[in-house]
Ligand binder design. Structure first.
Ligand code: NAG
Ligand code: NAG
Ligand code: NAG
Ligand code: NAG
Length: 525
């Protein structure tokens, strides 16, 4: 009995306690909602990646395969059934092995300037998001693809002040429509040297090698230090013999014209600073070269030609995570403020939002390769958002209005989703992803059946054919839609329908950042 009545009394107390607890919980929820604490702005914290966002994981696996499609040379573990060995003799006239590397786009040229940029972006993606790539087994493929390019770049730099920057003659190559496996056009080499300098291409190659040296540091120390040695030499060559390759070799202007080399010098020095911790590189970017080239405060678009926005975000990393002493440097703060200006331009609700957008919100800057800018910008936005999260920085101020890391991530997701099919054409612009994607991609290898025998010029029937490509250029990010958001899926429409390796590197970075609820490591080393 006694026992029973005690327990009854206890139960009465239990009810009171439960009610009080419930009231308290409701109060806390209401309050935190009011002051905005319930938004998961500052979590998650660094550590192992969270739940996989299936869609982005699937898209990442698709995108990564384009690097296999674009491989030149003797293929190892080839995963693309319609590809085979090609360009085995590239470089032989200079007693060099330039057989590896990647074809640039739909043709068979190896352009060093955008190829090096592809490698730098891919390294950056691996350094920030290698853990996320690993959750969907894409880390090894990413490292292998990177090495396929850096093996080539090492061979393209046979002595201190000589860098081969192109294999193939665009005029001769463009007369043909053939598969890389059977191409017959001559493969001349183009170099930069002290009498014909190429500061931007040498500096971009230095950036590629410095960033890749970090990727391979724990995997292959010898390879990593060799990359770093090349990076040092190339940076010195670029800096001491200043001149644009567009000036030294005017023929390059038709394809990858450079509008200046100051951005590449800062970008390369920033990567060398990350790779070595050497103060002289920090002084380089914050000293007189920074003043001369950084255009602080002016937002720019990140691309294979212009590395300023990328440099600003990369150096913001130092301001977020570096020692106090370094982080307080006034000019480092200028880089960070410039990165903030870039971010504020991207956020659609910011007072300084760029008007370069389509009606449904895709960043749109140029009609050729229109997806380059939205994808490149979104990669930077997801990085910046993660720097804010990891450093527990809650707010970004845009002309008085406040935004959080989740706003930047939302922007990046909106652009990624657009590319993956959430657009007026209801079409995925990532080939091989989703139900509907371009079938007439401007890509020679994809357009010609594996068993067709074509020479240089009798392959044109495959360009002109009205049938879809017989092979899928899986992972290709095509040029993209027009400003009015239409897309003409025609094989001869190279403006909209030609993919490139750098588009793929950028989307690989973006998707890797979105694969899991994420954060970044505070240090690359
Ligand atoms: C230096 O490069 C230019 C441009 O590619 C080339 O014409 C010239 O032959 C090169 N110089 C040497 C010594 O090879
Ligand atoms: C290449 O860029 C330079 C520098 O911006 C410019 O003067 C030149 O007209 C460009 N060339 C072409 C073919 O667009
Ligand atoms: C959309 O823009 C393209 C390129 O400017 C143009 O050729 C096409 O006619 C436009 N389509 C519509 C429906 O306005
Ligand atoms: C493809 O486009 C090019 C450049 O616009 C043009 O010269 C060529 O005639 C076109 N070929 C076909 C088959 O439409």
């Amino acid at each position: 009995m006694g026992q029973r009545s005690r327990s009854k009394r206890c139960c009465g107390w239990c009810i009171v306690l439960v009610v009080v607890a419930l009231v308290a919980i409701v109060l806390v929820i209401t309050l935190t909602n009011k002051i905005g604490l319930s938004e998961p702005v500052l979590s998650p914290v660094p550590g192992s990646p969270g739940t996989v966002q299936k869609k982005y994981g699937v898209a990442l696996k698709v995108a990564m395969q384009f690097f296999d499609v674009q491989r030149s040379g003797k293929l190892v573990n080839n995963k693309i059934s319609w590809r085979g060995d090609s360009a085995l003799k590239d470089g032989s006239q200079a007693k060099l092995d330039l057989s590896k590397g990647m074809y640039d786009a739909g043709d068979h040229l190896k352009f060093g300037f955008p190829m090096a940029f592809t490698a730098t972006v891919l390294s950056w993606a691996i350094l920030e998001y290698g853990d996320q790539m690993q959750t969907v087994n894409q880390l090894k493929p990413a490292q292998d693809s990177l090495k396929w390019i850096t093996d080539y770049l090492i061979n393209a730099h046979p002595s201190k002040d000589v860098l081969y920057v192109q294999v193939g003659d665009p005029a001769a190559d463009h007369k043909c429509w053939d598969r890389p496996e059977t191409m017959t056009a001559k493969r001349p080499l183009t170099q930069v040297n002290t009498s014909s300098p190429g500061t931007e291409v040498a500096a971009e190659t230095a950036a590629a090698m410095a960033s890749a040296s970090l990727v391979f540091k724990s995997i292959d120390a010898k390879y990593s230090s060799s990359l770093l040695e090349h990076a040092h030499q190339l940076f010195t060559f670029a800096d001491k013999h200043r001149g644009s390759y567009s000036h030294s070799i005017p023929e390059v202007q038709k394809f990858y014209n450079s509008t200046g080399y100051g951005d590449e010098l800062l970008w390369a020095a920033s990567w060398l600073y990350h790779a070595t911790g050497d103060q002289s590189y920090f002084d380089y970017v914050t000293g007189k070269n920074g003043k001369a080239f950084a255009k602080w405060g002016t937002p720019t678009w990140f691309s294979w030609d212009n590395k300023l926005a990328g440099t600003q975000v990369l150096l913001s990393r130092v301001s977020f995570f570096g020692s106090k002493e370094i982080a307080n440097s006034e000019n480092l703060q200028n880089y960070r403020k410039s990165a903030e200006a870039v971010m504020c331009g991207l956020l659609p609700k910011s007072p300084t939002a760029t008007s370069s957008r389509t009606e449904s919100g895709l960043i749109w800057v140029s009609e050729w390769n229109s997806l380059l800018h939205p994808v490149a910008s979104s990669f930077l936005a997801v990085l910046y958002s993660d720097y804010m999260l990891t450093s527990r920085t809650a707010k970004l101020s845009c002309d008085g209005d406040s935004f959080g890391p989740s706003d930047l991530r939302k922007f990046a997701i909106s652009q990624a989703d657009y590319v993956l099919g959430n657009n007026p054409m209801e079409m995925s612009y990532l080939v091989g992803y989703g139900e509907k994607y371009p079938e007439y991609v401007h890509h020679r290898g994809a357009s010609i059946p594996e068993d067709a025998t074509t020479g240089c010029s009798d392959g044109w029937e495959w360009l002109e054919s009205t049938e879809p490509n017989p092979n899928v250029a899986v992972g290709a990010v095509v040029g993209g839609p027009a400003l009015n958001e239409t897309y003409v899926d025609s094989r001869n429409n190279s403006m909209q329908g030609e993919p490139s390796t750098y588009n793929t590197a950028l989307i690989v970075g973006l998707l890797s950042g979105l694969v899991t609820s994420s954060s970044v490591a505070k240090s690359f080393t």
